[in-house]
Structure formats: C-alpha cells, structure tokens
Design a protein around this ligand. Structure first.
Ligand code: ARG
Length: 459
C-alpha cells in the first residue's frame, strides 16, 4: 500500500500531478504554522487532561513540536506539496520525529476545525497589530492637528471654497473616521475570538473532550456553539475585510486630498522627499507616489472583500474545499493594510504645511459670505432675505475683483442698513472660525478640546 496520503487506503490510484498542485495550499498556508502548532498543543493538553492521551504521548508531542517550530523559524523546515497543507506537513514531521504519539494527535479533531482555529488565532494576532498601527496613525494626525489648530484653510463642498475651517479641524475629521475603524476592528475581534475545535469534521466527536479548557488555553472568549457552523463560518473573515476596506477607503480619501494639496496649483502642503519619487524624463517632477499607491491599493482590499463574499455565497453546510480560498485574500488584506498604516503614520510626520497659501485661498472664495448672512439674521433679518442680500453683495465684490471684507462700509450698507462697522470682525477668516464655538465646530478652542479627548482615548 502506498503511503502518500493520510487517505491513500481509500484510493486505487495516486492523485494526478496537476490536481496535486491545484488542490495544495501549503504554498501559502505555511504562514499559519506557529498558530497551527499552538492549536495542536492546546488540543493535545486537553486530550491528556480528559484521559484520551497519555502523559508520555503529550510530552513527546511537546518535544516534537518545539523542534518543528525551531526548524520553521530557522527556515530549515521543508514544505512538501505532496502533503497538501500546513496541517499535514507538520503532523507528518511530528510522526517522523516521535512515532505513534504523533499519529495520536489528530484524535477527536479534523482539519476542518483545525484550520478554522488556525485562521482565528492568526487573525486575532494580526488585528492586534493593526489596532496598534491604527492608533499610531491617529497620534501622528493629532500632532499635526495640534500644530495647526489655528491655521486657516478653505473648507470645501463640491470642491468649491465653502467656509473657513482650521487645518487641525480638517485633520480631526480623519481621526474620527479612524477611531470608528478601531471600534469596528475591536468588535470584529470579539467574534473572531471563539473556538471551533471540538466540531471535528462537522458533527462533533465521540471522545470526552473539554472545549472550554482548550478555549481557555488558547485565550478564546468562548466556544462556537454549533459544530456545523464552527467549521463553515467565515463571517469573521468577511467582517474583518469589510472593516479593512473602510480603513483603506478612508485613507484613499485622505490620499486624494494630499495629492490635491501638494499639486503646485493648490500648494497647501509639501510631502517629505522620502515619500515621493521623481520622473525618469521630467527633471522638475516630484510625485506623491505613496498617497497614489494607497489610493490604488484600496481597490485591491475592496476586491478581496468582494472575493470573500462571493466565496461564501450559496455554499451548503458544512465545510467545503472552497473555504481554502479564504486565505490568500485575507493574508493580502492584512499585509496591505498593515504596511499602509505604518507608512502613513510616518508620512504624516513628513508633511510641511504652507499656511500663507491656505489663507490666500480662503480670501479668494468669499468664504465668509455665510458669516455676513448670519450677522444680518442676528440683527433681525429672516435668513432667506439675508441670503439674498449677501448674494447681491458677493456679486458686487466679484465684479470689482475684491473680497467681501475689501468693500467699504458705505457700499456694504447699500445692501442693508443693518450692517455696521463691527462687520469687519465677522468677515475675516479668524472671526468666522471663532464664532463656530460649539462641540464639533471648527473654532480653535473646540479643535483643541477634541484633540485632548482623542489623546485621552488613545492613551
Ligand atoms: N487546506 C484546507 C483549508 O485550507 C484544510 C482543511 C481541509 N479539509 C478537508 N476536508 N479537505 O481549508
């Protein structure tokens, strides 16, 4: 009898070469190895405690696994496609090392609950890393926001100058988005952190297992409560990728703004040279490659989300081989997101702000027109009438090629006799900012209060 596979007894011919490479996952799932070993050690400890596995076998398994982990870390472990995946590669090596004890490890377990456990252990670990970098990025945004809590810039709607805001306030909008992303990841982690082991292939097992004990050893908060669901559920992978997509989507928006702000036509900021590249033909060029790539890579993460959703759609219970396709999109999502957050946290510390350019842009767009309208309302004019009065004044200023604040008092009073000399305090960008002094408003004092609140949250 050939001994190629764990199941070779059932088959009358070896698996076709092409099928072997087509079905093998070891080329990518070897990455789960440390978590596979961690899961196996917990399973073995539980079997031993339940009287299914002897003390000697458990000791041998621990010794063998320690050597295997060393070999893997040192790059000495040779992965074999013949053994299909990370699980069977490790189990076979264990048996080569320790004999029958290695063959007893798979008692009361299936690769179906094993792989589901491995991915959850791995993803939990990665979520913790991502949460760290998400916080680092928020801190670097907060530092920049603090330095520019008073810096005036035009706020846009429809990409047209709308009203003055502070650059700090603008950056805090992204901190809010990233804070929600952090909440989503933490919530997703709660559902990742449940133990599938014990479900075995799909129906549970006949051995006297203690799932709560295995869960405790592995740091899971709970056990999956239905064996069929335990081996087939990949909701957690979809949820994670959805949360990751939102982070990338938020960063694609910030990237788009950085690119726009760095364009010489706008000239609000500069990005440190180490995050940019030049052109092989145009000597004058300095291109914002990093934000452009982040914008591009957001597409690939959203693509993985679509891939995973489509992977699970209409799959019957319980485990199907389709599920092996969950790994590459998940791995790539984690790698892309982690690298993006790390580089972004650093890049935001390499931004130079040009406050004069921002202020000049505010003065060009009648950004304080709403402030004039509000001034008239406070003097008793209904808002709709006030809106009309100010529209006429803007038209006059536009024709004269000046800002509202440049019109002399006599000309402003032609539009409304309610206008007095104190209007000029309102028409400056700084006056406009100072008046938006409520929670969520752009007044520098409010911006500083929000920065303090975020710092406390991240401490
Ligand atoms: N490599 C497989 C996967 O990633 C492991 C589980 C295989 N189970 C099975 N019954 N073929 O999903």
């Amino acid at each position: 009898m050939q001994d190629q596979h764990a199941w070779s007894g059932r088959f009358s011919e070896p698996v076709a070469e092409l099928v072997k490479t087509y079905t093998a996952s070891v080329g990518f799932d070897y990455r789960l190895a440390p978590f596979d070993i961690e899961g196996s050690l917990a399973h073995a400890a539980m079997l031993n405690r339940s009287g299914v596995l002897s003390d000697a076998d458990l000791a041998a398994i621990r010794r063998g696994m320690a050597e295997i982990l060393d070999d893997i870390r040192a790059g000495r472990f040779e992965w074999s496609v013949d053994l299909e995946d990370v699980h069977m590669n490790i189990e076979r090596r264990l048996t080569d090392k320790i004999g029958d004890a290695g063959k007893r490890l798979h008692t009361g377990r299936s690769r179906n609950d094993q792989v589901a456990t491995d991915i959850r252990l791995w993803l939990r670990h990665e979520i913790d890393g991502i949460a760290h970098w998400l916080a680092e990025l928020q801190k670097s945004l907060l530092d920049l926001a603090e330095a520019h809590a008073d810096t005036v810039m035009p706020g846009f709607t429809h990409l047209q100058v709308a009203q003055p805001v502070t650059f700090g306030h603008h950056l805090l909008a992204y901190v809010e988005m990233l804070a929600r992303d952090g909440e989503r990841l933490a919530d997703c982690r709660r559902r990742v952190n449940r133990l599938p082991l014990g479900a075995a292939a799909l129906a549970g097992t006949t051995y006297p297992i203690d799932r709560a004990y295995t869960a405790q050893l592995l740091g899971f908060d709970d056990v999956c409560r239905n064996s069929l669901d335990a081996v087939s559920d990949r909701d957690f992978a979809i949820e994670f990728t959805a949360a990751a997509s939102l982070v990338m989507l938020h960063l694609s928006r910030l990237s788009e703004e950085l690119i726009l702000w760095m364009s010489p036509r706008v000239g609000f900021i500069d990005i440190a040279d180490r995050f940019c590249t030049g052109s092989s033909i145009m000597p004058q060029k300095k291109n914002p490659d990093v934000p452009e790539l982040v914008r591009g890579k957001s597409g690939r993460v959203v693509g993985h989300l679509m891939g995973l959703i489509t992977l699970m759609k209409a799959q019957p219970l319980a485990y199907n081989k389709d599920n092996q396709e969950d790994k590459e999109p998940l791995f790539d999502t984690v790698d892309t997101l982690t690298a993006t957050l790390r580089i972004y946290a650093d890049m935001m510390r390499g931004i130079t702000v040009k406050p004069e350019a921002m202020r000049a842009a505010v003065l060009q767009g009648f950004a304080t027109a709403t402030d004039l309208a509000d001034y008239l309302v406070k003097k008793g004019l209904p808002f709709r009438d006030s809106h009309e009065v100010v529209a006429l004044a803007v038209r006059r200023a536009d024709q004269a090629g000046v800002d509202l604040a440049d019109l002399p008092l006599e000309s402003l009073r032609e539009f409304s006799a309610l206008i007095e000399r104190d209007i000029y305090a309102v028409l400056t960008p700084e006056g406009s900012l100072a008046q938006r002094d409520h929670v969520g408003g752009t007044a520098p004092a409010q911006v500083r209060a929000q920065i303090a609140r975020h710092r406390e949250r991240l401490a």
